[in-house]
Design a protein around this ligand. Structure first.
Ligand code: NAD
Ligand code: ZN
Length: 245
């Protein structure tokens, strides 16, 4: 922790990259941990574009379940520490693979009457709380799931949650933003991600290849541990308040 705090103090531009682990203490299941199961389906089999094309009803039911579940969750001390940190520092910023919206909620809470902008995340995999047309891409506010699946007001196409499904490309504009934030940072905090899902896993490497360092915060070793300058082992909700002060 002492080494990590020193590294942080010596860094001018800090980017943070978070994964499902940061929301674990808010009660949101990770995909690879326990508790992510719904009706005996594995998330990896439901969160795919193939599954959506084959069986949009089941995929929609699962997302409706995840939305109602997320409505009962709150940001935790890890989200809050990051929000305060980026509101104060205002440099580089936050990139997340999560679709749960908890960073955004923490940023708004921490900003109070002020502007949350500096602490709002670049959401590489989209936001579960929004809909998007599967045909024309028009975004729409989510509505409770009714008897028939939601349709696009513009073209009549089938709507879907505005998230990147396995088997799909990331939005190139969003990816480019995240990549250039990481390249310009001299420190990347990698928090609660198993760092196996590309291209998100390449973000910390962009900092590394540009000459920066990595601090990893995770309960376990990951594929990135070997290249991290410091690896802090523990739950993000405990480690981050200590690291970021
Ligand atoms: P993952 O499930 O592959 O890995 C989670 C990582 O978090 C693991 O390395 C685990 O050791 C670590 N972890 C668990 N609890 C922790 C804690 N309390 N503190 C710190 N670390 C902890 O998640 P991933 O790498 O984000 O990849 C899964 C994909 O699924 C992502 O693309 C993501 O978009 C999506 N997903 C999102 C959510 C969400 O929005 N909350 C939830 C599940 C999956
Ligand atoms: Zn449409």
């Amino acid at each position: 922790m002492r080494d990590a705090r020193q590294l942080l103090a010596d860094s001018a531009r800090v980017v943070a990259m978070t994964g499902a682990g940061i929301s674990a203490e808010s009660g949101v299941p990770t995909f690879r941990g326990d508790g992510g199961l719904w009706r005996n389906y594995r998330p990896e089999d439901l969160a795919t574009i193939g599954a959506f094309r084959r069986d949009p009803e089941t995929v929609w039911e699962w997302y409706a379940w995840r939305r109602s579940f997320l409505a009962t969750c709150e940001p935790n001390d890890g989200h809050r520490a990051l929000a305060r940190f980026f509101l104060q520092r205002g440099t580089a910023g936050l990139v997340t693979q999560n679709v749960d919206g908890l960073h955004t909620r923490a940023a708004r809470d921490a900003a109070g009457e002020g502007a949350p902008h500096a602490a709002l995340p670049v959401e590489m995999h989209g936001a579960i709380a929004r809909d998007r047309c599967n045909d024309c891409g028009t975004r729409a506010e989510a509505e409770p799931l009714g008897d028939s699946l939601p349709r696009c007001a513009t073209c009549g196409g089938l709507r879907r949650p505005d998230v990147v499904l396995f088997g799909e490309m990331l939005d190139p504009v969003v990816l480019d933003r995240a990549q250039s934030m990481a390249e310009r940072a001299d420190l990347c905090l990698v928090i609660g991600t198993s760092a196996v899902v590309y291209p998100a896993a390449a973000i910390p490497l962009a900092t590394l290849h540009a000459g920066g360092r990595i601090i990893e915060v995770n309960t376990e070793d990951t594929a990135l541990t070997g290249v991290a300058a410091v690896a802090l082992r523990g739950p993000a909700g405990v480690v981050l308040p200590e690291l970021l002060g």
